[in-house]
Ligand binder design. Structure first.
Ligand SMILES: O=C[C@H](O)[C@@H](O)CC(=O)C(=O)O
Ligand SMILES: [Zn+2]
Length: 276
């Protein structure tokens, strides 16, 4: 399994573009017919993606996480960012249309992932974190997710955030997961920015046209850096880092968090004027 060890705020000053991308991005997760995962030392979140085509993909073995089964001490979530598909957990099949999610509770043993049409494969983005409690595996459709709107259209930062794996929607141990979409013509996500020093966060940008990029901003508020992100790239955001972005075209992103708590209000908003 690919590894990311994390860094402290001061480390980024010495990092040029390639090193910054290597530390804080996971590129190329979505590959046809493959299941790929990256283990991070940011609260031990694992990010991954499965893109099943003609044959289902499967996992469940715990060799990489030191337990007999992958989910013996973990929970997980997956968001379908592609064509319709399904995920089977211990023999129970959950249909997932585009922008539907599945919460996988601690104790799951065998996971299989498939596409309804191999020519339009499902793109199943995965987040998994350590879990100390059992919660039932369940699908959360886009219709069941909880929408919240942020920003103002005239400022280019209007967006709709949908909570999927969240105490108010589908209970989990500490994983939070949702999808934010920006309407046509809107540019900025997570602007004004914020910090939440008790939770790490991962962003997977998707539905970005091949020629478009998101300029994702990270780092301490007074020492920001940027990452140029393309469709399917994941950004790993340590708890000390801001995370916000501006796209050259339409896009959405999956956000996943874990850490000390699931208190969405445990956040420190920052004015853009505080950034350097
Ligand atoms: O801590 C919360 C996460 O950064 C995202 O939910 C923020 C987001 O989707 C947005 O404001 O655009
Ligand atoms: Zn955040």
């Amino acid at each position: 399994m690919d590894m990311r060890y994390g860094a402290s705020p001061g480390d980024i000053d010495g990092m040029k573009t390639d090193r910054l991308r290597a530390e804080f991005m996971v590129e190329g997760l979505f590959q046809p017919g493959q299941l790929r995962m990256t283990y991070t030392h940011l609260d031990r979140m694992i990010v991954g993606a499965a893109m099943p085509t003609d044959t289902p993909l499967e996992f469940g073995d715990g060799a990489d996480v030191g337990t007999p089964h992958f989910f013996d001490a973990r929970e997980g979530g997956t968001a379908n960012l592609g064509g319709s598909g399904w995920v089977e957990v211990d023999g129970t099949r959950f249909a997932l249309a585009n922008r539907d999610c599945l919460y996988i509770g601690r104790g799951a043993k065998a996971v299989r992932l498939g596409s309804d049409d191999p020519r339009q494969p499902a793109r199943l983005y995965l987040n998994s974190v350590p879990a100390g409690a059992d919660h039932p595996t369940r699908a959360i459709t886009r219709a069941e997710s909880k929408p919240i709107e942020f920003g103002q259209r005239e400022r280019g930062n209007f967006r709709q955030l949908r909570m999927y794996i969240h105490p108010q929607v589908a209970p989990s141990c500490l994983l939070l997961m949702g999808i934010t979409d920006l309407p046509e013509g809107q540019v900025w996500n997570t602007q004004p920015p914020h910090l939440h020093e008790r939770r790490m966060e991962a962003y997977c940008y998707f539905d970005l046209a091949p020629e478009d990029r998101v300029f994702h901003f990270m780092g301490r508020p007074d020492n920001t850096r940027h990452l140029v992100v393309q469709n399917g790239d994941v950004v790993l955001s340590p708890a000390w880092s801001i995370h916000m972005g501006a796209g050259t075209g339409r896009y959405g992103f999956v956000w996943g968090m874990t850490g000390e708590n699931q208190a969405y209000e445990d956040v420190d908003p920052l004015p853009v004027s505080a950034l350097r």
